[in-house]
Write a protein that binds this ligand. Sequence first.
Ligand SMILES: [Zn+2]
Length: 246
Amino acid sequence: MAYSGQTEFEFHLLTKAAPQRPLSKHEIHQSLSSYSDVPLRIQLHENSQTLISFNFSSPRITTIRMHKGFLHATEPLIQALGQYIQKRDKNSWLQINEFAQTGIKHKAPDPAKKYVQQGDHHNLKELFSEINAQYFNDEVTVSISWGPKSKPVKQGLIKKKRRSMCFGHYSDINKHITLNRKLDHPAVEAEFIKYIIYHEILHHTIPSERVNGRWVHHSKEFYAAEKQYPNYAYMQKRSAELLRIL
Ligand SMILES: [Zn+2]
């Protein structure tokens, strides 16, 4: 393995402190060119099927097609890309792939698009402010919105029994919380939505850790903080009930 544990630790820390400003195409080209013996050509795209591909077949130029999300690459990822260009090794490929899966695939909607905070039943801006004031000293600056409305289930189709449901998601790259629009429902209490917001904010304040090469999103520290939430046991029970209702 070319990467020591220490390097992975740095990789984690630096990834979590993602810069606000993405790189320009010129900057990523410059950074990666120092790793390559042949000139590089960078092509950016927004196709989420193949997030990154390398064409090494020409001895005169190497072409890298990458999703625009790679412009959010931090130094350790640039190093992994550079190492892959040099050695085409599995370890750096795994790092690149992990960034693609966690950083790009789960990207929140384009910030240019208007975030919906006022739902039919619940206003996320208000609920977020309450949680932020009550538990986080008003110090949390992440944004929040409802996710897209899902298509209505056609009549006559048997509704599949749900075993799990993603109530919310926190994007570390965008510093944005997205809540499942299904929670914007009259049967869902504001208290429950506030609990989900609390959970997602904890993902911001207690970043995921890398343990033995795997990401741990809910660490012991995370669970300990989550249990501080009032009526935590009830919220857990309610999660299970809402799976059946929503
Ligand atoms: Zn979580």
